[in-house]
Design a protein around this ligand. Sequence first.
Ligand code: SF4
Length: 282
Amino acid sequence: MKKEHEESRSGFHYWNLYQRCPRRWYIRYIMGLRAKTTPYPLIFGSAIHESIAGWWLGKNMVNVFLDYMSSHKDEYDSNTQLEDDTHRGVVLLENYMAHYTQDHYMYELLDLEVEVEAQLMDGTTITCRFDRVVRERTAHVTVIMETKTTGWSVSKALRALDNQDQATTYLLAARKAYDKKIDFIQPDILYQRQSKVQFARLSPVYRDKEELLRFEKNVIGVRREINQKVAALDGGYEPEMLFPRNGWDCSNLSCEYEPICRTNVTGKETGYVQKRDSTGSN
Ligand code: SF4
């Protein structure tokens, strides 16, 4: 099973965060700051993720969810929020089961939460963890099924997966290092906000050989840029010059560093803790 909230510096989120907002990347990976408490949406998303994975292993999805929430209840500082999330999760999963009960018959499960490490042409590596890899029994296509929960918007969640290149990263890693030939990524978006739930099994994401080659060069370039910036930081340049803010990212998704990113990137005397070393290289 996936370790909760685990991040790898060879993983997609490492360089993606830098591309989205260099300041946010700096605070997270150089200063190593995290909010003291895990944001509720992350706990909720992990609980849903575990529940669906458990279902593929023959467990009762709702029971897995309730067990997960119960074992993480101390991470909630609001009972009302805990009760709301628990209620919404049960509603979401019961609807999910009603929608996708055929999945067990339509697809053969090949791998669950499988981690792949692929070497790029410059000798560095990228790592990916696929939610599940399945084989469609009639069309005989092999698919990475990626499930996202969102309270934001179905179309934005898909755009994030597609345009921000998580899907491309998965296809690149699968092509290079996975022992099964993957035909496409199948995104499932689970939307929930207050009492509204919605499911979308969206169009598959394909990438051809040329797109993957160009993307690979892109990843190498971005990671080199990061390493150059870190070297410049070590050489005495100020972080504000090297890692500018990108306000577009905080308006797209809420950012845990909003209270400090303009004024106090050390995070001292605020609600943050240091959870990582300060090595910015990968
Ligand atoms: S609040 Fe916005 S500008 Fe500041 S670190 Fe977060 S995403 Fe970047």
